[in-house]
Design a protein around this ligand. Structure first.
Ligand code: NAG
Ligand code: NAG
Ligand code: NAG
Ligand code: NAG
Ligand code: NAG
Ligand code: NAG
Ligand code: NAG
Length: 775
């Protein structure tokens, strides 16, 4: 067990409160500049003003005057060479190392290591130590284990049986088949099927098929007059985070939940379509079970007993109520759901008689009618779930390469813990890729390179239970992270199929679109195709479901989450099942491990771009475009709601604020690019120093821009979430909601609250605008 202190991180200085926008010193530079080279000086003055230096000379809001001077340089890339503090290697030489080092065979080796044995949160210290030692070996100057004391559960016992009166007609094994072809499926210490944070309980009751268990599904059941009280819910996985299914079932008066993954959600790769199941083919193995957390992710994340502060030894623990389920739940395979579904046949209405969301179950060919139930009184389920709740240490690994600019930091993270011994896709395809990234940066460091900004690598523990490791770490280092962090880059399932996916804060869209254009696709239909060429460029908004959540939604740090996933025609990914194993990955998921290596290259180059380009590679205009687009969808929502009272002018203040923001964002981006372009072409050191001072001001503003969208009061009923633009949906958990405060007030038909949220959001947009306004 590692020491409870965190020596490494405590060495990182938490900058004292200081003037964030050094107008005064910038003004001094501009003044000095006036007395030197006349033409250059004039340009410098103009740019200093545009970026937010001294506006006295021209009065307020004069940045538009710069347009004539900046248009022609906007869009060109910024050469790296001239930054005075960059060290050791040219940016070009660095990029060469980062794109040539990641290696599929190495990634395969790391994958094999991580997936050799169980690594449930808090259960495998040796993997944390191994990771730390590897990173040090690779040449990262500092790496250490940072531990927390997590409240969580481990499985003790369970039972699921179908009863006819007092007779047991079906006893579920609650086991996945042991496969000769897949050694970790048969480990004696393999992890049982269970739900993280599920309630212990022992119930016997009739049951009801509740579709995906979404909020709307339960509304539909209520409308159809189905009696849910005192019953057990049988639900399919999918559409919303599993914990929210349990939450809603409990609110409907149900007393237990059984979940299974229906092959109707497996795309084309089904047995019904003639595909053999794993291990003989790409279809889902019928005995596979999806484990997972049932924490109420839409409400809060992290250790549920320490919401808002880190789980250090001895801290006060909060009550669990409202954050985790109060009724038991169990995950099962579709093979074991079959007898339960069939016992419902002919009882209650058919799902097919409901709306479109209820169509498409994939077990019709096995004789399932998808009748909703409830089952007759004598047909009952016995559901027993026994969990041991403990407070146990969990271990993040944190590696640091100090940069020249101490208060600008880029964090790259992946979680290490898995629900099963495997986890070859989730998360250890990301872990294998991360190791290749670290190895590549280590080579650069050994060649004498020092980044401009500090780079932090993180291997989180406890993501699976509820983003525990990352959330507690962000809560502990919040002052330093808010002060210094430029961006957070996340990879979870880095390679589970061939399709590139990204979700990001809009500030980062530009960087990922550019970087994917520099990395070769592992699957080229035309020679030379990059990942960008084989990707549609769609970037989704940030929701939750991985370790970026605390960074983005709590700390206001622009974040991005990357992966290669499976499409409907790819081998079925056995999410949170024993078959998310090395054997599956080696044969079906990424044979050859080329996607692992490609992910490593993308992550390495993206991190370098964010950490080592003189100008922070953000685009504020993209944020403004996003804000406008999200507002359109709120207006659509308002229109389709029956809130007659919502007048046309309700959203007018927001439209105006966004327009203003967009105006200044455009000027700011253009000026920042022009400034760095100028810096890259000026060779005279005194002028350069002045230009860099201007770039530094621009970088500080880019760094702090996302923070302006935090609202200290938090979202209604879940005030840990501070971001007013992005949050997980209240009833989705994974999927991102935009302007959640507004949308939820509309859903609640509360005009007063709509007006309140218009004002709150408007306030944040104005703060963001003020940050970008020169002077
Ligand atoms: C990195 O910077 C911190 C803070 O300045 C310092 O305490 C630490 O020793 C540095 N690490 C290395 C390896 O230089
Ligand atoms: C920890 O992980 C390693 C590597 O995957 C594995 O070999 C070992 O069995 C695990 N240890 C425990 C205690 O589960
Ligand atoms: C669960 O309840 C049943 C009766 O409904 C009882 O026979 C059994 O012993 C209970 N099991 C546990 C572990 O409490
Ligand atoms: C449900 O569908 C089956 C055929 O799939 C049909 O035989 C049955 O009558 C339907 N039940 C109801 C209540 O419509
Ligand atoms: C490669 O791309 C082709 C064409 O898009 C596709 O049919 C094939 O399945 C892909 N193979 C892999 C391994 O991604
Ligand atoms: C920034 O984003 C805007 C809006 O998407 C776009 O028009 C502009 O070209 C971008 N600028 C750069 C330098 O990428
Ligand atoms: C509507 O929202 C306001 C806060 O803006 C709150 O005080 C009030 O209780 C809400 N009304 C209802 C019916 O929930």
């Amino acid at each position: 067990m590692p020491s409870e202190s965190t020596p490494l991180i405590q060495q990182v200085p938490v900058a004292e409160h200081r003037e964030r926008y050094p107008h005064r010193s910038l003004r001094r530079y501009c003044t000095i500049a006036l007395t030197t080279v006349p033409l250059l000086t004039l340009l410098i003055i103009l740019f200093c003003i545009a970026i937010g230096g001294d506006s006295d000379l021209f009065g307020e809001h004069e940045s538009s005057r710069l347009d004539f001077g900046t248009k022609e340089v906007v869009g060109r890339t910024v050469p790296h060479a001239a930054w005075p503090e960059s060290d050791g290697l040219s940016y070009k030489a660095l990029k060469k190392i980062l794109s040539e080092t990641p290696n599929p065979d190495k990634a395969r080796e790391w994958s094999k290591y991580y997936t050799a044995g169980p690594h449930l949160c808090g259960k495998n210290l040796s993997q944390a130590e191994w990771t730390r030692d590897k990173w040090l070996d690779f040449g990262v100057p500092q790496a250490d284990i940072v531990s927390y004391e997590m409240y969580l559960n481990y499985p003790v016992d369970h039972r699921l049986a179908l009863l006819d009166g007092d007779d047991v007609v079906f006893e579920a094994t609650l086991e996945e088949d042991i496969l000769d072809e897949d050694p970790t499926s048969g480990l004696p210490d393999r992890v049982p099927v269970f739900h993280g944070y599920s309630a212990s309980g022992n119930v016997t009751a009739q049951y009801v098929f509740c579709n995906y268990g979404t909020y709307h599904d339960f509304e539909d059941l209520e409308k159809a007059g189905i009696d849910l009280k005192g019953k057990i819910a049988l639900v399919k996985y999918g559409h919303v985070f599993r914990g929210l299914k349990v939450k809603r079932a409990s609110e409907m008066g149900m007393i237990g939940v059984v979940m299974y993954g229906d092959p109707g959600d497996d795309g084309e790769m089904t047995e019904e379509n003639g595909h053999k199941p794993y291990p003989d083919g790409p279809a889902r193995n019928p005995s596979s079970v999806q484990r997972g957390s049932v924490e109420y992710l839409g409400i809060a994340v992290g250790d549920p007993t320490t919401i808002g502060y880190p789980s250090k030894p001895g801290v006060p623990r909060q009550p669990l109520e409202g954050k985790v389920p109060d009724i038991p739940s169990l995950p099962i395979s579709y093979a074991e759901a079959l007898p339960l579904l069939k016992a419902l046949n002919g009882h209650g209405p058919n799902a097919s008689a409901f709306n479109e969301y209820w169509q498409g179950g994939g077990l019709g060919y096995k004789g399932v009618q998808y009748s909703i139930g409830p089952t007759p009184p004598e047909t009952r389920l016995h559901l027993m779930n026994e969990q041991d709740y403990v407070i146990t240490p969990a271990w993040n690994v944190i590696g640091i390469i100090n940069g020249s600019v101490s208060d600008e930091v880029v964090v790259l993270g992946n979680h290490r813990d898995a629900w099963i011994a495997g986890g070859a896709g989730d998360p250890n395809s990301g872990s294998a890729a991360l190791n290749e990234v670290v190895r590549a940066f280590g080579i650069a460091v050994e060649k004498g390179w020092k980044p401009l900004r500090t780079i932090v690598f993180a291997s989180w523990d406890g993501e699976e239970y509820g983003l525990l490791g990352s959330t507690e770490w962000v809560e502990e280092y919040l002052p330093w992270l808010s002060e210094a962090t430029v961006a957070y880059v996340n990879v979870d399932g880095g390679a589970r199929g061939p399709h590139f996916t990204a979700s990001a804060a809009p500030l980062l869209n530009k960087a990922i679109l550019e970087i994917t254009g520099e990395v070769q696709s592992p699957n080229q239909t035309v020679k030379g195709q990059t990942v960008r060429d084989t990707w549609d460029g769609y970037i989704s908004t940030m929701g939750s479901g991985s370790d970026f959540t605390a960074f983005q939604d709590f700390a206001g740090i622009p974040s991005i989450d990357l992966g290669f996933g499976a499409g409907p025609n790819d081998p079925v990914y056995h999410y949170h099942s024993n078959y998310d194993s090395f054997s599956w990955m080696d044969k079906f998921g990424d044979p050859g491990f080329e996607y692992h290596a490609t992910m490593a290259k993308i992550l390495a180059l993206l991190t370098a771009k964010l950490a080592d380009e003189p100008l922070v590679q953000f685009n504020a205009t993209d944020y403004a475009v996003g804000l406008d687009k999200y507002l359109q969808s709120v207006k659509e929502k308002a229109k389709s709601s029956d809130m007659a009272a919502l007048s046309k002018s309700t959203f007018h203040p927001l439209e105006k604020a966004i327009e203003q923001f967009q105006h200044f964002a455009k000027d700011f981006d253009a000026s920042a690019i022009a400034l760095s372009e100028l810096a890259s072409t000026q060779m005279s050191p005194p002028s350069l120093a002045q230009l860099y001072q201007g770039i530094r001001v621009a970088n500080t503003k880019y760094k702090l821009l996302e923070r302006q969208f935090l609202y200290a009061g938090g979202l209604d009923g879940r005030n840990w979430f501070k971001h007013v633009v992005f949050a997980p949906g209240r009833w989705t958990g994974y999927a991102g909601a935009t302007y959640p405060g507004l949308v939820e007030s509309i859903e609640d038909k509360n005009q007063t609250n709509v007006d309140r949220w218009v004002e709150i959001v408007e306030g944040t947009i104005k703060k963001a605008t003020d940050l970008l306004i020169p002077g």
